[in-house]
Write a protein that binds this ligand. Sequence first.
Ligand code: NAD
Length: 307
Amino acid sequence: LRIGVVGAGAMGSLFGGCLFEGGGADVTLIDINPAHIGAIREHGLRIVDDRGDRLLDIPTVTPDAVRGTFDLVLVFTKTLHTRSALAGIAGTIGPETYLFSLQNGLENKETLLEFAAPDRVLIGVTTYPADIKGPGHVESNGEGVARFAAAASGEPPISTALIRAFEPSGLRLVYDPDVEAAIWEKVAFNAALNSICAITRSTVGQVGADEGTRSLVFSIVGEVCRTAIASGIAADIDHVEGMVEHALSHHTHHKPSMLQDLLAGRLTEIETINGAVVRKAVAAGIETPVTSVVLKLVRHVQSPPQV
Ligand code: NAD
């Protein structure tokens, strides 16, 4: 399989690097960050995870330098950059190319469908974590899984080849026809914890230690899960509450990505997480008062008006 990974930051570098290392696929990393690309070209991509610390001599290019068409494009930009990133490599997306998103948030399917036919769009969700420690250097730890399904109904023809390409990578990929429920459950988790940590500029542990912010987190989980169910998706609220409880008591020092983005002066993924939930809730006739307030507050703090 010829795979292009567009958005080779934390997750793109981890997935692209492990797929390249495993030898199951011909992988090219595509990114626009000159420092990151330069470091990979000069020293190799450094991956540090439970399997060790190694340097990979992996092909890494800017969008304008990609040649030919890919069998599969794995999309790992932040969701606010998906459209511009795919437009930037539109020449490499042929009629047979699959587009595959494991990004967080809702509406990834809709964005990918702007660039490929429904039978060529794969969506999913992953529990693997990754962090960029510096240019050309990514770290990850712990077990995880990536689940996927096709935008069109039924198992996609590429499924077997894709799962086989992942096997030697050490990353677990499974076909899951109910992946929409897993996507919504992760959105519920992120809509709740990420946004409250971001607004309060607090770690997960600090939010959990304050009864007030803790109750807001669980209110959002309820609102998102009720919206999912009203939209025909069987999200499991008990499962999400369990994940949140676990994070509040075990990941106390963690700063979720939305907080990290705010602190670094970057736009967050709020529009495809809380924003998308509120849009779906309006369509389904569900009230989401806390999610809506939090959406407005994160919008404000990430782009404060100049007065
Ligand atoms: P990141 O910011 O580390 O990486 C995004 C990369 O996209 C950057 O290197 C950036 O330069 C690149 N990019 C931006 N615009 C581009 C363009 N036009 N063309 C090519 N590249 C472009 O983000 P991340 O943490 O890897 O997250 C990626 C996605 O995965 C997000 O949706 C995130 O929510 C999701 N996710 C992240 C984690 C995690 O632990 N980091 C876990 C699960 C899911």
